[in-house]
Design a protein around this ligand. Sequence first.
Ligand code: ZN
Length: 367
Amino acid sequence: MTTGFIWDERFAWFDAGPNRRRGPFYSPMAAYDTRESKERIRELLVASGLVDRLMPVSPRLMTEEELLRYHTPEYIAKVKALSDGGGGDAGEGAYLGRNCYDIARLSAGASLEALYAVLDGRVDNAYALVRPCGHHATRDFGRGFSIFCNIALAILNAKAQGKVERVAVVDWDVHHGNGTQDAFYSDPSVLTISLHQAGYYPPDSGWLNETGDGPGRGYNINIPLPPGSGHGAYVETMKQVVLPALRQFRPEVIMVASGLDANAHDPLARMMCHSGTYREMATLVKTAAEELCGGRVVACHEGGYAPAYVPWCALAIMEVFAGTKTSFQDPALKWIEGWPGQDLQPHQADVIGKAATVMKNISAAMR
Ligand code: ZN
């Protein structure tokens, strides 16, 4: 099993700016999206020795022509102008500092190269540790730290090159993958599935009734989980909704929007996942990929804002992808596992049951 890995020091250099989006009565502080959580992932991969088992894949800048497969010329020009000037917000909470346009392009280009590496058979699966994240960015609007919609761009460009036709996206970031949903809302060739904290961000999307439009109807699945959901709710969602949907759809490759902000320590969410949750979800996705599409899985990093804990979740996922286990043990795992409410709760089961019904109905429509 060969696992590709992408990292570039310039991802750490991305300037997500000051956190001033909450208005004039807000004492300035750094944005939640800092370099630290990503750099600490890379450090843990090196310290644990796992990085030696991964195959480096080189990122590159996404070209403007490739960006145009999803984003509007006006939006790309706006991002570039902000970057050439003093920096600014590309929409809503999507700040980029001076000279960060190329880093945003690098993040998108890395996601595409990770997908190409898997589709070309150079690696079996891949993890692209990219920054800035992408899943909130729509065609003409940056949102929630997302400048360009990395995964949508990767899929659209790979499809344009004739490298792939049917792609499934599993977004386990704690926020709704609204940008990826938008990109493929009318497209039956891309199944988009998002597990997230209900009504959180963006607050106006991510609901059960958003199932796609026109020919894409049935190819978008949201599972809006209640705040406080933990290991049991996430694993049950995977088993009852995500895996059956993947089996029904039969993708050629599975992309994972790998936000790790549903972890129990995250400052930007209220969920209780731990490294064991990500280990199990990664195992379930990998097993489904082996059954359905030759093991082809490409994870692109999204959110995750607890620098002390996010690296353990990333290590667990990449150990699963690489089919190995390092000697490094998550020191907080036993503690978080013991929190009351980690097992599936009735009000969570209710949402998952509704999502499973939606999934079954739309699966029937797919046939
Ligand atoms: Zn997130």
